[in-house]
Structures are given as C-alpha cells and as structure tokens.
Design a protein around this ligand. Sequence first.
Ligand code: ZN
Length: 121
Amino acid sequence: MVDEEVDSDALRRVAERRSTMLAMVESLTRRLHGIRESATWTASDDEHDPEGVTVAFERAQVSGLLDLARDELRELDAAEARILAGTYGRCQVCGRPIGDERLAALPAVTTCITCTDRRRG
Ligand SMILES: [Zn+2]
C-alpha cells in the first residue's frame, strides 16, 4: 500500500463536504430549538390555531432536513472508508465508475446516475 494510491482529492472533498454538513446540522438544530421555544408560547390549541399548524409544519420540515444531513454525515464516513480502502468512486449496483463530476457534487454518493435513475423510476 503506497500513499499515492489514496485519492487525496476525494478525501479533501469529503472533508469539505463534512464541514458543510456539520455546520448545517448545527444551524438546523438551533432552528429546531428556536421553533420549540416559540411553540411553547402558542401551544394552546394546535388544531384550530393556524399559527400552531405552521409551527408543526416548520418543525417537521426542519427535523426532516436534520435527518437528511445526519444521514449524509454517516455516508461521508463510509465514503472516507471506501477512499482509504481504494474502492471509492465505483457504483455499488453496477460496479462502473461513478464519474468525477458527480463525485465532486455529491462526494458521498454510492451509485452512478444510471442506477440512481433506475432505482427512482
Ligand atoms: Zn451503476
């Protein structure tokens, strides 16, 4: 195992993406706490209070985003492990290279665009 075999560009991209996602988790967590605090002031009659519905909706939306961000952090850890193992950048479905552009945009991605589309469709 020679150092040159590790894709340092990919490692750097994953590290950059991770710090972006960590900042996002932090800001979403703060936002969620803010919503909770304001909700205690208006939590009298959620069903008939239009503001209560808005708060519940916003809270669901923010916690959904938070889940996604945390998922991506886990995927970034896995991506880093794949880089170090030398298996990074290959589609986990068809085994073909994922493509540099796609990896640059989504460093934690595990499937090529063809397989992602097929799975979605
Ligand atoms: Zn594929």
